[in-house]
Design a protein around this ligand. Sequence first.
Ligand code: AMP
Length: 469
Amino acid sequence: MCGIFGVSGVDRAAELTYSGLYSLQHRGQESAGIVSVDESLHVHSRRGMGLVQDVVTPTALSELPGDTAVGHTRYSTAGSSVLVNAQPCIVNYHHGPLALAHNGNLTNATQLRSDLVRNGSIFQSSSDSEVIVHLIARSEAREPEDQILDALERIEGAYSLILTVGRTLYAIVDPRGFRPLVVGKLNGGYVVASETCALDIIGAERERELQPGEWLKIDDGRIKNLPDLEPKPHRRCVFELVYFSRPDSVVFGRSVEATRRALGRHLAREHPAPECDCVFSVPDSSNAMALGFAQESGLALEHGLIRNHYVGRTFISPDQSSRSAKVRIKYNPVREVINGKRVVVVDDSLVRGTTAKSLIQMIRQAGAREIHLRIASPPITGSCYYGIDTPTRDELVASNRSVEEIRQYLGLESLEYLSLESMLAAAGGDQGSYCHACFSGDYPIPPPDDKVEGDAASELIPATRNNRP
Ligand code: AMP
């Protein structure tokens, strides 16, 4: 998963990009980068491992002039977590410098890369996004837009893209629309971002969300729609609403905060806990869900867990024991709230179950009489191949355990998950337009075949997983 941001036709574009990326930091914390293009078409870039504020220092920012910029924050879902995979990708292309920022995951990258390598392409990174750049450069079409289209017609999977060719900026969403992308106006120019929160932070006026298959060209303060990509059934990622996006964003036309409250209300209706004394969230991602649960059930909403916001990358953990240690450092129970009580704990999702396992022990030690865990989404039973980093299937706590077995494993009085139907009802809009493959196994595009032999492509999938739940 990644955050992407672009500016066209606004002075000090890199500074705006910095602020935008800052508010998209939740979408990726492994690497960050900004590329700017100045009036003479010179490209300036800063990319590195870590958070935006660590990578793009004030000095680095002052060396990124121009009114055009693209930025990226990265969580690896294809290709390992190393500097060469940091984006935006930059290449010298025959129509000028090209910079590309990609959010999503291509499902046929391994095969495409293999073909490209066989035909002489030399890759600098192991990320799937570089495949797009090579396809553009190798297209036999003459004009940049036709070359980009050639590339888009060959790639499959999830992609929201911002790319610049010289000072022309393109914003593209794949035909299924897995990942969000929004455009706004600022000071006579335009801004494109993964989420609306990034427009708000720089005072840009929200114009609209890009629809699946939509392709915009922004040049000299003018915005133009290029012909839509070939239509496919829409598959908006429901997990963006459940967990990934920020609550102050509007994603797929839905307020994320309102959607999460609705998830909490549905959860309280479907799985009430009337004998309990209070309800609290696992902060921060399930705050709105616990609020919805409290509103619907009439239970008192409490702060039963306090989250330390300063848990840095030191605690990001490659193995299970250090992951549990991270949970203990990240959360602390409020004994005054919990002691002697029958509590409902609301969380947005269970992935490996690591967070819940440690939290339940903590809450028990803080004196809870009964613990009833309510999850505001269905059991995650499969990996995501479209840009959310989920572990392999056998690491998922629900892939081969019943809800009752998970309840026993976590040591709970009760455990209930929201049903798929209720999750989709809470998400609202056209329920058929969501991708819920990780919950339902209904994969809109076949999972990638990463068994292509004969080149370094095998490194593409899966990503190095060192910092996931
Ligand atoms: P786990 O401890 O593996 O069960 O992880 C569950 C917690 O991680 C939930 O409380 C979610 O808020 C959060 N979470 C869910 N999916 C992801 C993801 N793809 N990346 C990072 N955190 C996640």
